[in-house]
Design a protein around this ligand. Structure first.
Ligand code: SF4
Length: 199
């Protein structure tokens, strides 16, 4: 239903269906490596808060994935990572109700280097062409649409590339031609996708 909040159990489905590439990439890396570094925890964590996960549900997502690493257990996780989640929800420190980062902020964030295990950032900027094409293909986007996206990424029009990616994954939408020139916020992408499926 419209405005319904995401649930933890639905995350794998939502990652494939309704998350923009930045967030589905971080979700994949979290599941595959049982870890995300600080900046990715911040970007993906605030995104999860933005799609409606409560602080308890966020604990569940991060803890269940991190503790799949044999070097991590629930107690250690609690000590090292629970604070950061509570902080994002405004329950620690300055008690600021932090908002999810915009595309502009994510695109400008330095230090994205997958080789050193950094998976934050906008993939349309941080992935090289081979990697981006493979990633698009994996998400079912190929052919002329993939070419268009790669062309926009090459020209540093990352948010337009993302808008086209949305169109390619939501057949019949004409986001970048009629509605908006590009995606401005990962949570906007997510909400638009949900609207599409809830129609
Ligand atoms: Fe994420 Fe925005 Fe980049 Fe799209 S344009 S992948 S929503 S940062």
């Amino acid at each position: 239903k419209a405005g319904s909040k995401a649930s933890v159990a639905d995350l794998p489905m939502l990652a494939k269906r309704s998350m923009p590439l930045c967030m589905s990439n971080m979700h994949t890396k979290l599941v595959e490596t049982h870890h995300l570094k600080h900046k990715a925890r911040n970007q993906f964590g605030l995104f999860l808060k933005g799609i409606g996960l409560t602080v308890e549900e966020s604990y569940q997502v991060w803890r269940s994935n991190f503790t799949k690493d044999p070097a991590m257990n629930a107690e250690k996780w609690q000590k090292e990572y629970a604070y950061g989640i509570r902080y994002n929800y405004g329950l620690e420190g300055k008690r600021t109700n932090w908002t999810p980062h915009s595309c502009q902020r994510i695109i400008m964030e330095p230090g994205t280097n997958a080789a050193s295990g950094e998976h934050h950032g906008c993939p349309f900027k941080t992935f090289d062409e081979v990697q981006l094409r493979a990633q698009l293909q994996q998400m079912g986007v190929a052919g002329t649409e993939a070419n268009f996206i790669l062309d926009k990424a090459r020209g540093q029009h990352y948010q337009v590339a993302c808008g086209k990616y949305f169109e390619a994954k939501h057949k019949g939408t004409t986001l970048i031609e009629t509605e908006i020139s590009g995606i401005s916020h990962p949570n906007q992408y997510f909400e638009k996708s949900n609207e599409f499926y809830e129609k």
